[in-house]
Design a protein around this ligand. Structure first.
Ligand code: PHE
Length: 340
């Protein structure tokens, strides 16, 4: 009987059950009423006394094994590819994909870029970690120039010469040094200033700065381009004014205001009751800056301007808190379309 059990065990373990047919053969051979395992139980009846205990256990174990293999394979076959194929409906509409939306800063950045590209400007980019000369020196900020205070600077480690750029004018310095004249470029990018984070200011923000250098560029060119830009961006009925201002790298310098498009100059909190909203700084590039960057200031002149993308976005969408841009709250982000 011992040999018989062993022989059945070996045969059952090696029996091919890879298909449904083969599995049925397996069942017939081992587990059916006339199968080998049943035969074994039949033979067991005539086993005497002592041997009964021993073989009883063995035969039950064998039965469990043979049955176990059958049940397991049956499950595999029933849940196999054939089953999946039958239930797969290729005509069913798919689950909708949750599409994201563009960040409002990206939307406005893109809108600004599109305008200036259409005016013939190309796009230039640069590093966020720069040396003092590109951020300040070349732009007429002497070592002890008070205007440096306006651009509270983050220094990289302890080296006072290496810093996080406080404006993207650094890219314009690079472009002027390259000297492929005429230059007509805009530089979008992230900038950093060591400011206390509040509803109105942040230690990181984005700018688009523009630079046009050629022969005979005048303040009239500057005004015309920026006037067109403002009316495209905020609407055609807008009034624009240029206020004299100061930047170390432009002479003359101005800030550009647009008539308040929220209250139509009746006075509101956005324009602080003045009827005017400041949107950017600009001016004619100081001849000394051209010379600093290796451009002949007797032959060439140019204008430059710079604006904050956050500010433009807040005005456009009437937002009151700059921190919203960086919190990535989905409820805020989902309000902006994914177009553009
Ligand atoms: N770079 C100036 C700033 O960040 C902006 C500016 C650019 C002003 C060009 C005038 C001309 O404050």
């Amino acid at each position: 009987m011992k040999e018989q059990i062993a022989a059945i065990r070996t045969e059952a373990a090696g029996f091919d059950i890879s298909t449904a047919d083969a599995l049925e053969q397996y069942r017939l051979r081992f587990l059916s009423k006339k199968g080998l395992v049943s035969e074994l139980f039949e033979a067991f009846r005539s086993v005497s006394g002592e041997d009964k205990k021993l073989y009883g256990k063995e035969i039950n174990l064998l039965k469990q094994e043979v049955e176990g293999r059958w049940t397991a394979q049956k499950e595999v076959l029933e849940s196999g590819p054939a089953a999946i194929d039958n239930s797969f409906d290729a005509t069913r509409p798919p689950q909708p994909l949750g599409l994201g939306s563009r960040h409002p800063l990206s939307l406005v950045r893109q809108e600004i870029i599109r305008f200036f590209e259409a005016q013939g400007f190309n796009i230039s980019e640069g590093h966020e970690v720069v040396d003092d000369w590109h951020n300040f020196g070349a732009l007429n900020f002497d070592e002890d120039h008070p205007a440096r205070d306006m651009q509270d600077t983050f220094f990289v480690q302890t080296d006072p010469d290496i810093l996080l750029r406080t404006h993207t004018s650094t890219v314009q310095v690079k472009e002027m040094q390259l000297g492929n004249l005429p230059i007509r470029t805009i530089s979008p990018g992230r900038v950093y200033r060591n400011e206390t984070v509040s509803a109105r200011s942040h230690m990181q923000f984005h700018q688009v700065e523009g630079l046009y250098i050629a022969e005979n560029v005048s303040f009239a060119d500057l005004k015309q381009t920026l006037y067109l830009f403002a009316t495209e961006f905020f609407g055609r009925d807008l009034k624009v004014r240029f206020r004299a201002s100061y930047f170390p790298f432009t002479e003359p310098s101005a800030e550009m205001d647009v008539s308040c498009f929220i209250c139509n100059q009746a006075g509101c909190s956005v324009c602080k009751q003045t009827g005017w909203v400041e949107i950017l700084g600009c001016g004619m590039v100081d001849p000394q800056v051209l010379e600093n960057c290796g451009i002949d200031s007797k032959r060439y002149s140019g204008y430059a301007f710079g604006m904050g993308i956050e500010r433009m976005t807040m005005l456009k969408y009437q937002m009151k808190d700059i921190r919203l841009f960086f919190e990535n709250d989905l409820r805020f982000l989902r309000q902006f379309s994914s177009e553009l």
